[in-house]
Design a binder for this molecule. Structure first.
Ligand SMILES: C[S@@+](CC[C@H](N)C(=O)[O-])C[C@H]1O[C@@H](n2cnc3c(N)ncnc32)[C@H](O)[C@@H]1O
Ligand SMILES: *[C@@H]1O[C@H](CO)[C@@H](O)[C@H](O)[C@H]1NC(C)=O
Ligand SMILES: *[C@@H]1O[C@H](CO)[C@@H](O)[C@H](O)[C@H]1NC(C)=O
Ligand SMILES: *[C@@H]1O[C@H](CO)[C@@H](O)[C@H](O)[C@H]1NC(C)=O
Ligand SMILES: *[C@@H]1O[C@H](CO)[C@@H](O)[C@H](O)[C@H]1NC(C)=O
Ligand SMILES: *[C@@H]1O[C@H](CO)[C@@H](O)[C@H](O)[C@H]1NC(C)=O
Ligand SMILES: *[C@@H]1O[C@H](CO)[C@@H](O)[C@H](O)[C@H]1NC(C)=O
Ligand SMILES: *[C@@H]1O[C@H](CO)[C@@H](O)[C@H](O)[C@H]1NC(C)=O
Ligand SMILES: *[C@@H]1O[C@H](CO)[C@@H](O)[C@H](O)[C@H]1NC(C)=O
Ligand SMILES: *[C@@H]1O[C@H](CO)[C@@H](O)[C@H](O)[C@H]1NC(C)=O
Length: 484
C-alpha cells in the first residue's frame, strides 16, 4: 500500500531534525556569543532555530492538525467585534442594576475629569515603564565599551530597580482607581465618554499622577511635615486673629485649589465638638479629578473597622535620575496610611472654584476664604478676585455679616496668565476691590520670622542636588462691608 509521500518524508526527517537541533543550537549559540559579548542575540538566534526546526517535526504537525478545530473556535470567540457584542449581551445596562445617581449628577466636565483620572491612575505603571524603557534604549546607543563601563558601576541594575519600584507605586494608584469606580458605580463602558471628548484632560497625563504622589508625601506623611506645618501654623494664626473661637461654629471656611486636602483637613479638625469650637463647615474645592479622588481615598467612613485602614510603601523619587547623589536616595520609600475618618464638618467638592457655591452657605454669618499656593494658578487673576468677593461680601441678598480672605503663596504664574501682578499690585487691587488688609507681608522681607531666609519649600526633595524654594506673599484681609 502506498504511504503518502509527505509522511514518509517527515518520519524520515524527525530523527534528523532532532539531531540537527542538538548539534546546531549549542554551536550557533557558542559561536555567536564569542562574537557578540553581553548580548541577547545568540540566545534569540538559537531559540529561533530551535522553534523553526521543532515546528517541522511530525509530532508537532499532527498535534496542530488535532488542535485545529478547537483553535478555530477559540479565534472566533476572541475576535474583537465578537467579544464586545458578547460583553454587551452578558452585561445588562447599568441603569437597571446599580444606582448611578452620584455619577449622573456630575457635570460633563467633572465626569470627563473623573474618568481621565481613573484611566491615568490605572496606566501609571505602563506609562512610567515606557519612559524607563526609553532610557534603556538610549543607553544601547553607546558603544559596548561605554555600556560596560556604566553597567559595572550599577547603572542598568538601577534602571531595573526603577521598574520594580514603579510596580510598588501602582498598588496604591490601582486601589484609588478601583475605589473611585466603586464609588461612582462605573463600568468599562463609561470610558467611551473619554473617546468622544478631548476638551478636558487635566487629569489625563502621567505627569499629573507623579505629581499627586509627591503631594501625598507633602500632605499626609511625616516627611512632608516640615513644609506643611509652617503653612498650617500660619493659617491658624491668621484664623485666630479674624474669628473668635466661640464664633467658629457660625463660620464657613472655603479652601480653593485644595489639592490633596491636608490644609482643609487641619482647619476642619481645629477645636473640639464637645466645647462647640469647631468651624461650622470647611469646603475644600478642587477641580482636578485626579487630586479629588486621591484626596477622597485618604478617608474611609465605613463603620466596619476590619482593615479599612491601609498602609502603602511609596517610591516618589524614582521618576527622574537627574540631580541625584546616590541610588539609596532615589529609592527612599515612604509609608502612607489611608482610611481615616473624614471630619464631619469637611466637604470635598469636585468643582471649579470660579463657579463654586456652597450648598448651605446661608447658615453661616462669617465666610473665610483660605487660599494656599493657589492665586498664581489663575489664568485670569481678576476672575479669582471676583469669585472670592462673591463668596465673602456681605450684601442685602445674603446672610453674611463678615467676609475674610487669608492667603499664603508664591507668585509663580503659569505660562498662560493674562495678568502677572506683583505682590504690590495685588495689595493695591485688594484695596480697590473693597478689601482692608489686617496683615500683609512677603516672607523674604522678614527672613528671621519665616522659614529659612524667608524661603519655603514646596514638595522639595531635600536630598536632591537641585532644590526649589519660594518666598511667599501672605495677607489677611477683611471686607470693608463687615459688621465687626
Ligand atoms: C499649586 S496646587 C496647591 C494645592 C494645595 N493648595 C496645597 O497647598 O497643597 C494648586 C491646586 O489648585 C487646583 N486648581 C487650580 N485652579 C483651580 C480652580 N479654578 N478651581 C479649583 N481648583 C483649582 C489645581 O488643580 C491644584 O491642585
Ligand atoms: C463572530 O463572528 C463570526 C464571523 O465574523 C460570525 O460568523 C459569528 O456569528 C460571530 N459570533 C457572534 C457570537 O457574534
Ligand atoms: C454595545 O452597546 C453600545 C451601547 O450600549 C452600542 O453603542 C454598541 O454598538 C454595542 N456594540 C456592539 C458590538 O454591539
Ligand atoms: C440612589 O442613591 C441616592 C443617594 O445616593 C438616593 O437619593 C436615590 O433615591 C437612589 N435612587 C434609587 C433609584 O435607588
Ligand atoms: C489633552 O491631551 C492631548 C493628548 O494627550 C494633548 O495633546 C492636549 O494638549 C491635552 N489638552 C490639555 C488641555 O491638557
Ligand atoms: C483644564 O485645564 C485648562 C488648561 O489649563 C483650563 O483652562 C481649564 O479651565 C481646566 N478645566 C477643568 C474643569 O479642569
Ligand atoms: C489658635 O487659637 C486656639 C484657641 O484659642 C489656640 O488653642 C491655638 O493655640 C491658637 N493657635 C495659633 C497658631 O495661634
Ligand atoms: C472602606 O474599607 C472597607 C474595608 O477595607 C472597604 O471594603 C471599602 O471599600 C472602603 N470604602 C471606602 C469608601 O474607602
Ligand atoms: C464621610 O463622612 C463625611 C463627613 O461626615 C461626609 O461628608 C462624606 O460624604 C462621607 N464620605 C462617604 C464616602 O460616605
Ligand atoms: C535638576 O536640576 C535642574 C537645574 O540644574 C532643574 O532644571 C531640573 O528641574 C532638576 N530636575 C529635577 C527632577 O529635580
Amino acid at each position: 500500500m502506498p504511504v503518502p509521500r509527505r509522511h514518509t518524508e517527515t518520519i524520515a526527517s524527525d530523527r534528523e531534525i532532532l539531531l540537527a537541533i542538538v548539534f546546531a543550537c549549542p554551536v550557533t549559540y557558542y559561536i555567536l556569543s564569542i562574537i557578540l559579548k553581553n548580548s541577547q542575540v545568540p540566545l534569540l538566534v538559537s531559540i529561533f532555530i530551535l522553534c523553526n526546526m521543532l515546528s517541522r517535526t511530525k509530532v508537532f504537525t499532527s498535534l496542530i492538525e488535532k488542535a485545529e478545530p478547537h483553535l478555530t473556535k477559540l479565534l472566533q470567540v476572541t475576535d474583537v467585534s465578537n467579544l464586545s457584542s458578547m460583553l454587551n449581551d452578558s452585561i445588562p445596562p447599568p441603569t437597571t442594576t446599580v444606582n448611578r445617581s452620584r455619577f449622573d449628577s456630575l457635570s460633563e466636565t467633572s465626569k470627563v475629569e473623573l474618568l481621565a483620572a481613573i484611566k491615568s491612575l490605572q496606566s501609571y505603571s505602563t506609562n512610567s515603564k515606557k519612559n524607563n524603557e526609553r532610557h534603556k534604549k538610549l543607553f544601547k546607543m553607546m558603544t559596548w565599551r561605554q555600556q560596560k563601563l556604566c553597567e559595572d558601576v550599577g547603572y542598568l541594575k538601577r534602571l531595573d530597580k526603577i521598574d520594580t519600584s514603579i510596580s510598588k507605586n501602582q498598588v496604591l494608584l490601582k486601589d484609588i482607581a478601583t475605589q473611585a469606580m466603586e464609588t461612582y458605580q462605573l463600568s468599562f463602558r463609561d470610558f467611551e465618554l473619554l473617546k468622544s471628548t478631548n476638551k478636558n484632560n487635566n487629569s489625563s497625563s502621567n505627569y499629573r499622577v507623579i505629581e499627586a504622589l509627591g503631594h501625598y508625601i507633602r500632605d499626609w506623611c511625616p516627611e512632608g511635615e516640615s513644609e506643611l506645618q509652617f503653612l498650617v501654623d500660619n493659617v491658624v494664626t491668621q484664623l485666630n486673629e479674624s474669628i473668635a473661637v466661640e464664633d467658629r461654629h457660625k463660620t464657613m471656611v472655603v479652601v480653593p485649589g485644595s489639592g490633596l486636602g491636608r490644609i482643609a483637613h487641619a482647619i476642619a479638625e481645629l477645636g473640639s465638638s464637645s466645647s462647640n469650637d469647631k468651624f461650622g463647615s470647611v469646603q475644600a474645592v478642587e477641580y482636578s479629578g485626579l487630586m479629588h479622588v486621591c484626596n477622597s481615598y485618604m478617608y474611609n467612613n465605613s463603620t466596619d473597622k476590619s482593615d479599612k485602614a491601609k498602609s502603602y510603601e511609596l517610591y516618589p523619587y524614582i521618576h527622574t535620575s537627574s540631580n541625584i547623589t546616590e541610588a539609596k536616595s532615589q529609592f527612599r520609600s515612604i509609608k502612607l496610611n489611608t482610611g481615616g475618618q473624614q471630619p464631619e464638618n469637611l466637604v470635598l467638592n469636585h468643582d471649579d472654584f470660579r463657579y463654586f457655591e456652597a450648598v448651605d452657605a446661608s447658615k453661616y454669618e462669617n465666610v473665610v476664604v483660605v487660599s494656599v499656593f493657589f492665586m498664581d494658578t489663575a489664568e485670569n487673576i481678576v476672575e479669582y478676585f471676583d469669585a472670592i468677593e462673591t463668596l465673602t461680601k456681605p450684601t442685602s441678598k445674603n446672610n453674611i455679616k463678615n467676609g475674610y480672605w487669608i492667603n499664603i503663596g508664591p507668585l509663580k504664574y503659569g505660562s498662560a496668565a493674562q495678568a502677572e501682578l506683583t505682590a504690590d499690585e495685588l495689595t493695591k487691587l485688594r484695596k480697590s476691590m473693597g478689601w482692608r488688609d489686617v496683615n500683609c507681608v512677603t516672607t523674604i522681607d522678614k527672613p528671621k520670622q519665616y522659614g529659612e531666609n524667608g524661603l519655603v519649600g514646596y514638595i522639595t526633595d531635600k536630598q536632591s542636588l537641585w532644590q526649589g524654594y519660594y518666598g511667599l506673599n501672605i495677607w489677611n484681609s477683611k471686607r470693608k462691608e463687615n459688621k465687626s
